[in-house]
Design a protein around this ligand. Structure first.
Ligand code: MN3
Length: 217
């Protein structure tokens, strides 16, 4: 099966729509505050969607393709909207993943096959965590930190600038962390490391395990 299809959802069909959160905006307190969640989900994410819809709205032939396909095959997107779609379509896809991997009462450590793969790829959970944090902290400017499946059950941490997606490089994200300032500035100001440290408390490992199982099955 084409792994790309695992990232195609009802929300990545044109016209793109905002996936509702599975939890209340204040449910991730005190780690991620309600005001940030409202602005981030209802305003920032919606703006990416609006801009992506506006761009694709001019090209009926693109509307039949899933957004994931358009992002991975950017060469097939007219140059007039390529950058707009990369930023805004990418923003829509990335945020859709980000919300899924958050949950109140999250945190802890993964179990099962994912735990084994983390041990194999990084040496252990603590080593993985340190490597992921380094990727997130060292990213200069705006972007995302990722845990991705490379091939088989081999895992890697990494980052992308702006709204780029690891899917372009055929890496399969199973965990996403938004390190744009809009994701944390209201509560944490310039303290990105503190935001990252607190974000671990709301990671939805059950969802990450599920995605890992789908990608590797
Ligand atoms: Mn964001």
């Amino acid at each position: 099966m084409d792994k790309l299809s695992l990232y195609q959802t009802v929300y990545t069909k044109y016209p793109y729509t905002l996936p509702p959160l599975d939890y209340a905006a204040d449910a991730l307190e005190p780690y991620i505050d309600a005001q940030t969640m409202h602005l981030h989900h209802d305003k920032h994410h919606q703006a990416y969607i609006d801009h992506a819809n506006e761009a694709v709205g001019k090209y009926p032939e693109l509307q039949k393709a899933d957004l994931v396909t358009l992002l991975v095959h950017a060469d097939k997107v007219p140059s007039e909207i390529r950058t707009t779609l990369q930023s805004n379509g990418g923003g829509h896809l990335n945020h859709g993943l980000f919300w899924q991997y958050l949950t109140p009462g999250g945190g802890g450590e993964p179990h099962g096959k994912l735990a084994q793969a983390i041990a194999k790829s990084f040496g252990g959970f603590a080593q993985f965590k340190a490597e992921f944090e380094t990727a997130a902290k060292n990213l200069s400017g705006s972007g995302w930190a990722w845990l991705c499946v490379r091939s088989g059950d081999d895992l890697a941490t990494g980052s992308t600038a702006n709204q780029d997606t690891p899917l372009t490089n055929r890496q399969w994200p199973i965990l996403a962390l938004d390190v744009w300032e809009h994701a944390y500035y209201l509560k944490y100001q310039n303290r990105r490391p503190e935001y990252i440290a607190n974000w671990w408390h709301v990671v939805n490992w059950r969802k990450v395990e599920e995605q890992f199982d789908k990608i590797t099955s």
